[in-house]
Each structure stands twice: as structure tokens, then as C-alpha cells.
Design a protein around this ligand. Structure first.
Ligand code: NDP
Length: 349
């Protein structure tokens, strides 16, 4: 599709795993991009070196917790892709560290868009976390489902994403701002990272490989490749008929299959989990053992173990013509990339 705007596309949280990939793809398509960052714009050489960045990428400072911070960033933009939000599983203070920046930040960005005038659409990076935090094995999740169980004490990251997405829809309903909202709800995003930091989702794969979880438990995740996730955001921006939420998940895979696959690919020299606790008795034991994990990891295990997550991705495939990279390919690329960045030691020879 041809470019739908000559004006800069604002991408919040430009330093992040997902945002950096979105920016790369936007620049490749010829768009001008204005990314928001928290530190000095000079601190992001991996963004400055992207193809097209010299002429068409501008970085401006903004913080989700600073009032009015995004006014300058969205000025003159027709499309705003709001990805910035803390993606951390174990925090000291759930309200301060997760909910506050996620919700207040989303409201700040929406207010800034209203104030600027001229914004046509906001694409919000929500999450599968806003859909469920305790999958019901008999349900195939669609865009209709909402996470109604999380709280400050129970899966607080999921809570922050749910409240932030709800705040965005409430803003549209109550303020009728003259722009529309599309939410992209990705599952666990994997694949190579442009940013040198290790993202929480790839970290899960690393943790599985370095023995953080010594047991194979009955847990499965939805996965989606980082490049597909970026493409979904851009298609949400470019597709006039897009509407509402879009679950963005390629496939689901359970831990046993993931471990088998990594072994088969030659990563058996790593500390992959060996003890099989994926049966019914194992699930009970895993629930007990989960109390030895950091608090929020423990809650995650208790609300997910023994449950099947099934995600219907037909809406995004139909409305955007999305196709997805096989997730095993993406996971392999993530592993190689983590080794290249030094997040994971190389295979022992
Ligand atoms: P990253 O941690 O890589 O990126 C998060 C971004 O948010 C960073 O740019 C970070 O800036 C910014 N940010 C955090 N707090 C603030 C703040 N107070 N003010 C301004 N910016 C802030 O995570 P991802 O790229 O993975 O996540 C991006 C979005 O995607 C998030 O909304 C996340 O919830 C969502 N998501 C991610 C999934 C995944 O598997 N990765 C799956 C589903 C949804 P800084 O670099 O300065 O810390």
C-alpha cells in the first residue's frame, strides 16, 4: 500500500523492542517518524543507524508520567502508535511501577492527540494480557474477551495493560475526539531485537534455557514474531476499515514442545528443564513450587499452569490479510540474536 500520510508518524517508546521494529518498518516504507524516548535522543545509536533514519527519523523526549509531555511529540501528526508502557513482571510497587505509567501515560497520549487536532487514528499496543490472565481451556479467545480477574496483587502487569486499554476506549467514548482507536493485542513477542537490551518476552526463552525453571510444567503461550507484530501495527494504521481490537498471535506452543524443539536444534547443552511435571499431579506440585518463585512469577504460574490457551487470530488475518512467520523460526532467531548480543552464552562445543 502507498503511504497514507506525508506527516510524521509518532511512535511512543521508540527505544523499546516492538517500537524499534515498527520504526524500522515505517522508515523502509518511506514514512517520516517521530519517536519518543526518555533519555537524550543521542543515546539511541541503534535507531539513528536504521535505513532512512538520517533524513526521516526525529527523536523527542517524553515521559508517561510527566503531564503534557506528549503534546510536542504528536503535534502535526495524523497517526500515533502508542507502544510505551512498562513491560516488567516483578515490580516492587504495582501501582507506581506499572499501573500509573500505563494508564496515566495512555491518557496523556490521548489528551495530547486531542489537543493537537489533526490526529486521525491512534494505534495502541495493548496485549493478550488484557484479554485473559487465567485461560479457560474450553474457550477459544477472541477480541470479545476481557481480562476481568487481574488486580494490583494478581498479575499486575496484566492489570496495567487491561486498565490502560480500557482507559483508551473510555476516552474515545466519552470525548468523541475526532480520531479513532485501534488496539493491537499481541501474544508473547519473540525474534531478533534491534535494541541492545533484553526484552521481557525473549528473556522468558533465555530463562528457560539457563535453568531458571528446572521443571517442564503444563503451560502454553501464544507467540508472535517481532516483525509480524510491527507489520500488524502499520496495517492497523493503514487500513481505513480497521475497527476495534486485534488479537495478534501466530501460534500457541507449550513448554514441553518448546524444550523438545530447542534440544532438537542443538541447544541441549543448555540448562533446559528436565523434570517433567506436566501431568495432573505435576500441576498440583507446580502450584506449590510456584511459591518459591519471585512473587509475580509465582502468581503467573498458579493462574496459567494446567490450562490451555487458545487464541483465534482470524480477525487480523481477515481484515489485514496478515500471515504469520512460523513461530519456531522466530524463536530460533531470538536465541541466535540473544547469543549475538551477549544475553546468552554461546553453545558449548
Ligand atoms: P520494552 O520494555 O522493550 O519497551 C517498553 C517501552 O516503554 C520502552 O521504550 C520504555 O522506555 C517505555 N517506557 C516505559 N516506561 C516509560 C515511562 N514512564 N515513560 C516513557 N516511556 C516509558 O517492551 P516491548 O517493546 O516488548 O513492549 C512495548 C509494548 O508492547 C508495551 O506496551 C507492552 O506492554 C506491549 N506488549 C509486549 C509484548 C511482548 O511480548 N514483548 C506482548 C504484548 C504487548 P525506556 O527504554 O526508557 O525504558
Amino acid at each position: 500500500m502507498n503511504m497514507i500520510t506525508q506527516k510524521p508518524v509518532c511512535v511512543t517508546g521508540a527505544s523499546g523492542f516492538i517500537a524499534a521494529e515498527i520504526i524500522k518498518a515505517l522508515l523502509l516504507k518511506g514514512y517520516r517518524v517521530r519517536g519518543t524516548v526518555r533519555k537524550s535522543p543521542d543515546a539511541y545509536p541503534f535507531l539513528a543507524s536504521l535505513d532512512g533514519a538520517v533524513d526521516r527519523l526525529e527523536l523527542v523526549e517524553a515521559d508517561l508520567l510527566k503531564s503534557g509531555s506528549y503534546k510536542q511529540a504528536v503535534k502535526g501528526c495524523e497517526y500515533v502508535l502508542h507502544t510505551a508502557s512498562p513491560y516488567i513482571i516483578n515490580v516492587k510497587n504495582s501501582q507506581r511501577d506499572l499501573v500509573e505509567p500505563a494508564v496515566r501515560g495512555t491518557q496523556e497520549v490521548m489528551e495530547a492527540c486531542l489537543f493537537a487536532g489533526g490526529v486521525k487514528r491512534v494505534v495502541l499496543t495493548s496485549s493478550i494480557a488484557a484479554v485473559t490472565d487465567q485461560p479457560d481451556s474450553s474457550v477459544i479467545y477472541t477480541e470479545k474477551e476481557w481480562n476481568r480477574l487481574s488486580s494490583l496483587k494478581r498479575n499486575p502487569y496484566h492489570y496495567s495493560k487491561t486498565l490502560a486499554e480500557q482507559a483508551a476506549w473510555k476516552f474515545i467514548k466519552e470525548k468523541n475526539p475526532g480520531f479513532d482507536l485501534i488496539a493491537i493485542n499481541p501474544a508473547l513477542v519473540t525474534g531478533p531485537s534491534l535494541a541492545p537490551s533484553l526484552n521481557t518476552s525473549n528473556q522468558l526463552i533465555r530463562d528457560i534455557m539457563i535453568g531458571v525453571f528446572p521443571m517442564i510444567m503444563d503451560v502454553n503461550w501464544g507467540f508472535v514474531d517481532i516483525r509480524d507484530t510491527a507489520r500488524a501495527h502499520i496495517l492497523a494504521m493503514e487500513t481505513p476499515a480497521a475497527q476495534g481490537r486485534y488479537l495478534c498471535s501466530a501460534e500457541t506452543m507449550n513448554l514441553a514442545e518448546l524444550v523438545r524443539f530447542l534440544k532438537m536444534e542443538g541447544y541441549d547443552g543448555y540448562s533446559l528443564p528436565k523434570i517433567n511435571l506436566s501431568g495432573k499431579a505435576g500441576t498440583l506440585l507446580m502450584k506449590l513450587l510456584s511459591y518459591s518463585q519471585p512473587k509475580d512469577t509465582g502468581t503467573f504460574i498458579r493462574t496459567h499452569v494446567g490450562r490451555l490457551l487458545q487464541i483465534d487470530n482470524s480477525k487480523i488475518r481477515k481484515d489485514f490479510g496478515m500471515t504469520f512467520m512460523p513461530i519456531k523460526k522466530s524463536i530460533l532467531e531470538a536465541v541466535r540474536d540473544m547469543i549475538a548480543w551477549g544475553h546468552l552464552s554461546g553453545p558449548k562445543t
